[in-house]
Design a protein around this ligand. Structure first.
Ligand code: PEP
Ligand code: MG
Length: 559
């Protein structure tokens, strides 16, 4: 069986398919138990405790943001209100597994009905419920297999950030999901791990468990039962590509010497090693929300300062762009719920909008950043996500000035911000284009939906027009316009973005060597011609094709 999805993390991976099923069958309605009620309650409570303990230890093993997310799930398993409900169902004669099912489902329906942040926790609750039922009925717990001798290809309908955070390069050869777009946070986490990945791959979960699978994270091809020569061919192509691009070192610049600093997108100090190894010249996007996710309270000042200082000291004299908390939408926070249930969270109170209602959270973050910068030599810049108007930009810049921060900027993620870039630039020192959200909002296409992948294709000429608009306004204002969305990670598109006027390119560290090589083998003029050709094309597919015609060295590098 040959399948095709969207390649979101480059490289070749192969191994036996492990199909991650998170669905545990519903215990029969009205199932009863034979023994004493107290014994049945004991069985239920100990299954809940076992699952809570396993989630916690999984979190401890993973560390970082995964620890917080899994700890929050562990707390759900032992929620006292839920335990009371489950006991009451057992008193009414239901078997422990059915009582657990009923208890969780009631709770889940209430949450789903509330919507917003709480609604989104319903899926986490289902996951906990399935794990408890699996324990009670002796089924294998849904979850990742223990690392074995041979790395496996992880196939799933979708993967939660907590799942991908637990993957390791040594145990997973590649991963393939049916859902997820190229800019979903799951895809971003996969790239950060450096594991080849294909998303939006219809039919993937119907692959036979254990069948050998060959995954090409660049082309998006997923081949079942490849021959030995298929694997050898794919691997030798990939290693030739790697050898060609890794010969090119040094700071980002075109072949005629035009500098384009190449920066890393990171989620925390844990990503610094990969960034430094890939030769990042600084950080273009520090997604600080990973410090806050899965928490009941914001991290303390000291914890924030430590994380920020670790990043600043890793790049002495280099640029470090820290983005303030981008909570809301697909990254909800327990302590910053939206004011009311949101039918469309991506269009709701997200990013800077949440700070307008909770300025104290922003102020604490800005203060922690200013404190962390003391005594470090990195060039700290701070920017806000999800800014739509000049008035919002002004409000944020004032807050940064009040905190004594040297440079304030905003992200261009909403078409309105690109259209009015001139007035936003009058308020701030720089802008940075987030092509992931800019594509989502430009095309009204949810970035988490695999089915709308083509609309989120960063080669869409309309998206390129918005980037061009922001970059040319920035040039007129004499201020830098960087690009930190995933578009910058595509070597051909990186050349196009340079041609459009991007001052810096920031991406997942794994993408840096290929982008460095693509720039180093083309002149600025070639990049400009590629950009013009892409914008003149009627479709995303043609934009890519036309642009590549001006970038002839990409093919010889195997990019
Ligand atoms: C973006 O939207 O392009 C971006 C860089 O931010 P995030 O992916 O974290 O939303
Ligand atoms: Mg964004």
């Amino acid at each position: 069986m040959n399948l095709r999805g969207v390649g979101v993390s480059p490289g070749i991976g192969h191994g036996p398919a492990y199909i991650l099923t998170t669905h545990v069958p519903e215990p029969p309605e009205g199932a009863t138990y034979a023994g004493e009620a107290d014994q049945e309650k004991e069985r239920a409570v100990s299954a809940l405790a076992q699952v809570a303990g396993e989630l916690e230890s999984r979190g401890d093993r993973a560390g970082g943001e995964a620890r917080e997310i899994l700890k929050a799930q562990a707390l759900m398993a032992e929620d006292p209100g839920l335990v009371v409900k489950i006991r009451a169902y057992i008193d009414r004669g239901l078997a422990a597994q059915r009582a657990v099912y009923e208890g969780f489902t009631k709770y889940r329906d209430v949450l789903a009905g509330v919507g917003g942040y709480l609604g989104e926790r319903a899926a986490d609750l289902d996951d906990v419920r399935d794990r408890v039922i699996a324990v009670l009925t002796g089924q294998v717990l849904p979850g990742l297999p223990a690392p074995g001798a041979e790395p496996y290809v992880l196939v799933a309908h979708d993967l939660a950030p907590a799942d991908t955070a637990l993957l390791s390069r040594t145990s997973v050869a590649a991963f393939v999901t049916e859902e997820g777009g190229p800019t979903s946070h799951t895809a971003i986490m996969a790239r950060a791990l450096g594991v080849p990945a294909v998303v939006a791959c219809a039919g993937a979960t119907r692959l036979e468990p254990g069948v050998q699978v060959l995954v090409d994270g660049t082309s998006g091809e997923v081949r079942a039962q490849p021959t030995e020569s298929d694997v050898a061919e794919a691997e030798s192509e990939a290693s030739a590509r790697l050898a060609a691009i890794s010969r090119i070192q040094g700071p980002g610049r075109t072949s005629d010497g035009f500098p384009v600093p190449l920066l890393a997108n990171i989620g925390g100090p844990g990503d610094l090693e990969a960034a430094l190894e890939a030769g990042a010249e600084g950080v273009g996007l520090f997604r600080t929300e990973f410090l806050y996710l899965g928490r009941r309270h914001p991290p303390q000042a000291q914890e924030q300062e430590d994380a920020y200082r670790a990043v600043l000291t890793a790049f002495p004299g280099g640029q470090v762009v820290v983005r303030t908390l981008d909570a809301g939408a697909d990254k909800p926070l327990a302590f910053l719920p939206p004011e009311a249930p949101e039918p469309n969270p991506a269009l709701g109170e997200r990013g800077l909008r949440l700070f307008r209602r909770h300025p104290e959270v922003m102020e604490a973050q800005l203060d922690a950043l200013a404190t962390a910068a003391v005594g470090t030599s990195a060039e700290l810049s701070v920017m806000a996500p999800m800014v739509s108007t000049a008035e919002e930009a002004e409000w944020f810049a004032e807050a940064c000035r009040a905190a004594d921060l040297p440079r304030a900027g905003v992200m261009i993620e909403v078409p309105a911000a690109a259209l009015r870039a001139q007035s936003l630039l009058a308020e701030v020192d720089f802008v940075s284009v987030g092509t992931n959200d800019l594509a989502q909002y430009c095309f009204a296409a949810d970035r988490e939906l695999g089915a709308l992948g083509e609309l989120q294709n960063p080669w869409q000429p309309a998206l390129l027009d918005l980037v061009a608009m922001a970059a040319s306004e920035a040039a007129d204002a004499g201020k830098p316009c960087g690009v930190c969305g995933e578009a910058a990670a595509d070597p051909a598109l990186a050349c196009v973005l340079t041609g459009l006027g991007a001052a810096t390119l920031s991406m997942t560290p794994a993408a840096l060597p290929a982008v460095r090589a693509a720039l180093a083998t083309h002149t600025l003029e070639q990049c400009r011609l590629a950009a013009q050709a892409a914008r003149a094309a009627p479709t995303a597919v043609l934009a890519r094709q036309e642009a590549r015609a001006h970038l002839p060295e990409l093919a010889s590098l195997g990019l």
